[in-house]
Design a protein around this ligand. Sequence first.
Ligand code: HXC
Length: 545
Amino acid sequence: MQPGGGAWVESPLRQGILPCHLPLQGRECHSNPHRMSANMPELERRRAAALLGGGQARIDAQHAKGKLTARERLDVLLDAGSFVEQDMFVEHNCTDFGMAEQRVPGDGVVTGSGTINGRLVFVYAQDFTVFGGALSERHAQKICKVMDMALKVGAPIIGLNDSGGARIQEGVASLGGYAEVFQRNALASGVVPQLSLVMGPCAGGAVYSPAITDFIFMVEDSSYMFVTGPEVVKTVTNESVTQEELGGALTHSTRTGVADLAFANDIEALLAARDFITLLPSSNRAGVPELPCDDPFDRMEPGLDTLVPANANQPYDMHELVRKILDHGDFFEIAPAHGANIICGFGRVEGRTVGVVANQPMVLAGVLDIDASRKAARFVRFCDAFEIPLVTLVDVPGFLPGTAQEHGGIIKHGAKLLYAYAEATVPKITLITRKAYGGAYDVMASKHLRGDLNLAWPTAEIAVMGARGAVEIIFRADRGDAEKIAAKTAEYETRFANPFVAASMGFIDDVIMPRDTRRRIALGLRMLRGKRLANPWKKHDNMPL
Ligand code: HXC
């Protein structure tokens, strides 16, 4: 209820049409229904105060760091004029440490809804100019309100994080607020896409909200994420490390994989977020978005016939194939700098979004290791949760050997990818371009993991291992006899270094010419549009974590 009860007459839509017996307390209704409410200037004053956040000096300081303010960020992120703000007048309820005198309408976070390329999204943007964007109980309530609404109506949630963490003056009330957000992050997972843009500090327990969301974008030199900062690290472990080294955008988008992408500045990150959200379904029930497509589904690509080099050990760039399959070659890659031996990302075929997973022979020969397995497993699960068909391109020599991998738990991490593909019920199309060796053959969306359409190029080699390695094991006693080993290697190659053995068993549905790949995948996706497949009932699974 608005102060003074005169709010009813404020809406231009209602002016002059409200019957006077409605519970209006404002005397002006009876005397002159067109008179301005005294609250109108007050509304303007309050709005202006909210728009100014922590004040011009702090806005200038934000700009001096190369950062946009929360509202400027939303202006870039959302379609022009589409932002509908809510809770602009919410204030904190803290009276300790002189806080009663320090109230800023909005309380350090701007929340509401808007559209991106015409589609509804819910947003919250922490305002660093107000108490350093620190999270109070009320600040958290505002975030929770938009998250609840996003879940009710089925639209993505985008959080712009720029915060000094828990509002120190509020103590445990703030911690409770964080947990309320975490709880909603968990409930929203797999229901609506959640994207975090970390555009400033994000430290301590605060990191766990972005960590639960589906994707994290960061901004170089102005954002960082860590559980404990450099000073605590120095005290506890005596290590000296900068914020950037410990948890900057480059660290997280390369080493740790916590962030999916790093951008040079706020604008680049926000514009990328627009493209990204446009690719995603609004919810797990909405189906993939469909755009008009003028790229012919049967576009032939003769260049692909020579993509795979004659020498099996020579790499080639799998991106080339990815782009030739997708509409207009547009590919939005996720985590390109982490676990780069596997490529994951989104594109469209005939205007409809697909998720692409592809081994990359250019990096570590496309082998599966811990980073690649985890990265791809999470990607596959996202696609499955949101009904995005999976296109898997295979050229994999196996799992990476070594103590670092074994002791790092490659068994559990590799199992994640296997599990993700095995449980996925979305359309799954797999194409083997060259190597599909050993367990990695099974893992990469093979027929045995309910692959719907499993194709191979004539250059495919589907075997337990490479010919040379196989012969050296089978004919160990003849290792010194180079001639015999060479002959046996040739024999093994003839027998297994092709797709036809697997095709004769029905493990490969067809062997296709490389130039024809886009057409065959497009036709496969068309065929699979009506796919319905359900896993056995369970409360939830217990995937290897
Ligand atoms: C209240 C805060 C605040 C906080 C910053 N401010 N962090 N107010 N609670 N957590 C205020 C500052 O007092 C200052 O107010 C303004 O925000 C900007 O802060 P500066 O320090 O001037 O900015 P900068 O130099 O850029 O440094 C940013 C910062 C630093 C690195 C984030 O402010 C900082 O270290 N803050 C404390 C971080 C922290 O320890 N947070 C609690 C972590 S524990 P004025 O009025 O001067 O503009 C946590 C637990 C979460 O978060 C658990 C969840 C489960």
